[in-house]
Design a protein around this ligand. Structure first.
Ligand code: B12
Length: 476
């Protein structure tokens, strides 16, 4: 069969992200003997035209459509991406009879809604590198994929979804795609993109707003440390130096993170690593030492809040005490740290926001950075959805929730939150929010930085960049 895999994501904030899953399914289909081409729309000036040309050059028998983002997850400047899909699907239907197989994080987050919205006859959930080739065979035989775990399809206008097969507890292979076969890697790198690498699947936490356990399952499936080492070597051999661990939480389970670090420390490599998703409860001296030895050049802690009341409202498994403790640990090490906050959750008040800001102002080092999300995207099926409905804040149907919809605690005024945070961010050059990332000058800064030899993560230079922009009289 001739298979076309399309990466539909063209969002470039905070950086254009390389389509890890889409490249993995392209690899899997090629390994299964299919003839595969890849259309990456990330940098396409006119996606519809690019698709039209591709369909003419390579008439496919099936099309894998990767959809990463439903929306920008940003209440300050809400952006919906799903509206980009109907024009692409119309073009496909007009020029080809190939069935569309939907995949990607957006589909994992809202499967039924995404399948009904796009009208795609098939979709894949779970371990797509395994499921996609099986589904292609079923499609070739015109067979309903009833026996394939993780397959979804439309039957008489109804969405049918097979439960995913359980992932093994340990995996001896940590997947890395042949990126350069499918995408223009250099273009991504010039915009400060890192090569994503996933060392585990699964999330056992119960944060009220989160979709991670739905996407990856509630049980851990861990790549052996040796396989992670091999994956890093593979990426290095493909010319990558900046590698980002994209696990939903890197330091849980703690022992796995430690073992991965020890394995990486023992194998010489020019790779620089980063992870933006550490849970403060499991940040200690041994971990940061091990990460530094493993050649991590920075960390991110998704701390969300430093107020007990707000942390409880978010369903976090730690309290403000552990947040302060994490800051003490970070202060004893050299690793640059990005602190990520989420303000406006259940129970948030002006007082709890001020508590969090007191932490940020007194405990975050001057060269580290605090990033503030204001308001929380509500996804169907989360506890936050139930809370919002109970509080009378949400009356939309699940389908309508494909458009960005956000939660802000009824105990706080959103306009107060915005004004207060703008004032605070303006007074602290190492504090940022999504406004800062949305700066039109960001891509130029990313490119200039790359040309000058600055490598990811760029946020380490936040203070310098914002001060420079201010000096030039530009928005910072
Ligand atoms: C790490 C991460 C980031 C990092 C990425 C770093 C990097 N170098 O890649 C950063 C911080 C930059 C980031 C940014 C954003 N992210 Co983010 N991110 C993640 C996270 C935690 C992991 C992503 C990942 O790489 N997973 C591993 C790979 C293997 O998964 P994958 O590519 O999705 O592929 C799997 C399937 O989707 C499938 N698949 C993929 N394509 C295809 C195609 C076909 C045909 C098939 C069959 C299957 C298939 O195959 C794989 C499984 O086997 C996810 C949450 C999660 N647990 O998935 C959120 C997530 C993807 N992000 C999300 C969002 C919203 C964003 C942002 C818009 C906003 C933000 N939070 O900053 C930006 C957008 C960036 C951009 N330019 O597009 C959402 C997307 C869905 C949604 N809600 O809209 C997620 C799901 C989190 C959430 N809130 O639910 N993100």
């Amino acid at each position: 069969m001739q298979i076309l895999v399309i990466n539909t994501n063209s969002h470039t904030v905070p950086v254009p992200v390389m389509p890890l899953g889409a490249c993995l399914v392209a690899d899997a289909a090629a390994s299964a003997g299919q003839t595969v081409r890849f259309l990456d729309l990330m940098f396409a000036k006119n996606p519809r035209k690019a698709l039209t040309q591709e369909l003419a050059a390579f008439p496919p028998d099936a099309i894998g459509l990767s959809v990463r983002n439903i929306d920008g997850n940003d209440m300050q400047s809400p952006l919906s991406f799903i509206a980009d899909l109907p024009p692409l699907l119309d073009t496909i239907r007009l020029l080809s009879r190939a069935p569309v197989i939907l995949g990607g994080a957006a589909v994992a987050v809202m499967p039924e809604e995404m399948i009904s919205y796009t009208g795609a006859p098939y979709a894949v959930l779970g371990d797509a590198a395994r499921v996609f080739p099986l589904l292609l065979e079923a499609v070739a035989d015109n067979r309903i994929p009833e026996e394939i775990p993780g397959a979804a399809w439309l039957e008489n206008g109804k969405v049918r979804i097979n439960p995913c097969a359980p992932s093994p507890d340990m995996r001896t292979h940590c997947p890395v795609p042949a990126y350069r076969r499918w995408i223009n890697v250099n273009k991504y790198l010039s915009l400060q993109t890192t090569a994503p690498l996933q060392t585990k699947l699964g999330c056992r936490f119960n944060c009220v707003y989160c979709t991670y356990s739905r996407i990856e399952g509630g049980n851990y499936s861990l790549c052996t440390p040796e396989s992670v080492r091999d994956a890093v070597q593979n990426l290095v051999s493909q010319g990558f130096r900046d590698i980002e661990i994209v696990d939903n939480v890197f330091n849980a389970p703690y022992d796995h993170a430690m073992e991965v670090c020890e394995e990486l420390a023992g194998s010489p490599s020019p790779a620089r690593l980063q992870s933006m998703e550490l849970n403060p409860l499991f940040v200690d001296d041994a971990l940061l030492q091990a990460m530094a030895k493993a050649r991590f050049n920075s960390i991110g802690i998704t701390v969300e809040s430093a107020s007990d009341k707000a942390l409880k409202g978010l369903g976090k498994n730690y309290s403000a005490r552990e947040v302060y403790h994490a800051a003490e640990v970070v202060a004893r090490h050299d690793l640059p740290c990005l602190w990520i906050f989420m303000l406006g959750g259940p129970g948030e008040t002006e007082e709890t926001v001020k508590e969090t800001l007191r932490f940020a102002e007194t405990r975050i080092r001057k060269n580290d950075v605090a990033y503030f999300n204001l308001g929380i995207r509500i996804y169907p099926g989360t506890e936050l959805e139930m809370i919002a409905r109970k509080q009378g804040l949400l009356s939309l149907s699940r389908r309508e929730m494909l458009e960005p919809v956000f939660y802000v605690s009824p105990e706080i005024s959103y306009s107060w939150l915005i004004l207060h945070m703008r004032k605070t961010i303006s007074a602290h050059m190492n504090f940022v929010c999504s406004d800062t990332l949305g700066m039109p000058s960001l891509p130029a800064i990313q490119r200039l930085g790359y040309t000058l030899g600055i490598r990811p993560p760029l946020w380490r230079y936040t203070r310098l960049i914002r001060s420079g922009l201010r000096l030039l009289g530009l928005a910072a």
